[in-house]
Ligand binder design. Structure first.
Ligand SMILES: [Fe+2]
Length: 257
């Protein structure tokens, strides 16, 4: 027998409240089961997503590590040619990272920029030994050949997508603040910031390293020399460098000697 009947106005009328409550309970129970199933499904979905994202992060880490290893191998290959530049790229990268941190540029978080520091002279593979290792002063024609290395380097890495952001340092690492550098004669802020940081770090390492024709200078005299050559460097970068204590510079020098 039906527990409900319809009134003339088509409204449901409860004729048996106990049966109605039982029906509602049953419906509620059913709803609970459905909700629990949905929840389990969502939990499984979330777990899948977490696993996928973990795998993605792992893959990204592996890719980055393999990129870094490749870049270091290339950088070592360039340096292996010249005994006097051993660990130069490594030290310049460390100095650059330190200076960049003072100006608020997280160079260490941008490996693709760091790659530019490590590979800055990769174009020297295209310069002959006779020019690269000539003990005497280069002739004008030889100097022109030598000054092609940023362009050759840019050309070498141009097709490698992950090295794209490194190109600004590779191409512009010999530009000078006053516009007297090469290859494009850029001046001031036309020079990419990373290349401006590089220029100072590179000069610092050159002055504080032994060369066949002169001994390494102290950090204090390197500071004086860099100040005298201020037209070459971004004044803001020079100022950032001044804030780094001598001991920190010595520490980097000793770690990558
Ligand atoms: Fe260079």
């Amino acid at each position: 027998m039906s527990t409900r009947s319809r009134s003339s106005r088509n409204r449901i009328v409860v004729s048996d409240p106990h049966a109605e409550i039982a029906a509602l309970r049953e419906a509620l129970e059913h709803q609970r089961d459905e909700d629990a199933a949905k929840e389990r499904h969502l939990e499984r979905y979330a777990a899948d997503l977490r696993a996928t994202s973990r795998r993605e992060r792992q893959r990204e880490r592996e890719l980055r590590e393999s990129h870094t290893a490749t870049v270091r191998a290339l950088s070592n290959a360039v340096e292996a040619r010249d005994a006097y530049t051993a660990h130069h790229a490594e030290r310049v990268t460390a100095y650059g990272t330190e200076i960049a941190a003072v100006i608020g540029l997280a160079l260490s978080e941008l490996p693709e920029v760091e790659y530019g520091f490590l590979l800055h002279d990769i174009g020297k593979v295209g310069v002959s030994d006779a020019i690269l290792f000539k003990p005497a002063k280069l002739s004008a024609a030889e100097r022109r050949q030598m000054e092609l290395h940023p362009l050759i380097g840019d050309e070498i890495i141009r097709e490698i997508e992950f090295l794209n952001p490194a190109r600004e340092v590779v191409r512009h690492h010999h530009e000078r603040w006053d516009g007297s550098g090469y290859p494009d004669g850029l001046a001031g802020e036309e020079i990419p910031l990373t290349a401006r940081v590089f220029a100072l770090a590179d000069a610092l390492d050159a002055i504080t390293s032994d060369r066949p024709y002169r001994a390494a200078s102290s950090v204090a005299s390197a500071r004086e020399e860099l100040r005298r050559a201020e037209g070459q460097f971004d004044p803001a970068i020079l100022e950032a460098f001044e804030q780094i204590p001598d001991e920190r510079i010595e520490e980097i020098r000793a770690a990558a000697a």
